[in-house]
Design a protein around this ligand. Structure first.
Ligand SMILES: C[S@@+](CC[C@H](N)C(=O)[O-])C[C@H]1O[C@@H](n2cnc3c(N)ncnc32)[C@H](O)[C@@H]1O
Length: 296
């Protein structure tokens, strides 16, 4: 087995909430005569291996691509792919995307275990952003609905993908937003970031409006009568989270108002677990269920 080590207790909490939603989603789907004519698909676009093992290394100090968090206390835990495959009633189709070849191999093994039981599973070893955008355009959404889970370590999700998912009007999205894990760390104190860091923020928010939203621009006279410019960072974690939820609202029909901050053992918020629903007819129920799951 290729070890896949990440997360802490907040990971278990996150996955349990997503599991609850998937179960409610499929229960409602199977009980509704009109919905039964549609194909329900589960998509895990940063799928990992299907299992988790204890973390053994400290996280590297790179806010753009944080790879690991605090160690697990349990020896072997189910990852999102296996959790989704065990949901009853099952989805009609499953799509797992994973960029890492070793992890994709593990997913294939998991898929084979469930194919024997009749599950229709596709494992794709590639970059999730590019592949899923094309996939959104390829599907005929008159006949399908999808529950999509985007669970990256850091800022790997691009806004283009979020927009494409919203445009289908057929996707319910669970998304891990790297609030304290990456975004807040990129927002440097004395002036807005530039270069690769600014680019990463714009790619994830889909706008460079974060700069105006998160920084105040000041001018003052120096002792020598020259005008001097400086910035102050105004954004705190609440403001950053709110900004992202407002961005999601531009792409999806409805967005849960109570995203959940997932905190490490020092009580620092690492991620925001967000939910958005794209289908105009189904979104009211979807949001009600998701908001309940996020608040309990
Ligand atoms: C936090 S892990 C996912 C864990 C998984 N949801 C679970 O519960 O088992 C993130 C995964 O995304 C993969 N990944 C990172 N960037 C990617 C990309 N651009 N496209 C596809 N997979 C990617 C990593 O290799 C890693 O396995």
């Amino acid at each position: 087995m290729a070890d896949h080590c990440f997360g802490g207790n907040w990971t278990t909490d996150k996955l349990e909430r997503v599991r609850k939603y998937l179960e409610a989603y499929m229960t409602i789907f199977s009980g509704n005569e009109r919905a039964r004519k549609l194909t329900p698909i589960y998509v895990d676009a940063f799928a990992g291996t299907g299992y988790r093992t204890p973390a053994s290394q400290p996280p590297p100090d790179n806010p753009l691509f944080p790879e690991l968090e605090e160690p697990e206390t349990e020896a072997f835990l189910k990852g999102s792919a296996r959790i989704a495959l065990e949901v009853e009633p099952p989805f009609k189709r499953y799509l797992f995307i994973e960029r890492d070849p070793e992890r994709a191999k593990e997913l294939e093994k998991l898929a084979n275990e469930f194919r024997i039981k009749g599950h229709d599973i596709e494992v794709v070893e590639t970059d999730a952003n590019q592949y899923l955008i094309q996939w959104c355009h390829r599907n005929d959404w008159r006949y399908a609905r999808a529950a999509v889970f985007l669970d990256p370590y850091g800022m790997q999700v691009s806004w283009d993908l979020i927009e494409a998912l919203g445009q289908t009007q057929a996707v319910d999205l669970w998304l891990l937003f790297p609030l304290g894990m990456a975004v807040n760390r990129l927002l440097t104190r004395n002036q807005p970031p530039t270069g690769a860091w600014a680019h990463a923020l714009t790619r994830m928010f889909g706008t460079n409006g974060w700069e105006k939203a998160f920084y105040a621009h000041h001018t003052q006279m120096t002792l020598f009568g020259k005008e001097e410019e400086y910035y102050t960072k105004e954004a705190d974690l609440n403001m950053i989270g709110r900004f992202f939820i407002e961005r999601l609202q531009t792409a999806f029909y409805k967005v849960a108002e109570n995203p959940l901050a997932l905190r490490n053992s020092c009580n620092n918020p690492l991620y925001l677990l967000c939910f958005a629903s794209g289908n105009p007819k189904g979104s009211e129920t979807a949001i009600k269920i998701a908001q309940h799951i996020l608040s309990t």
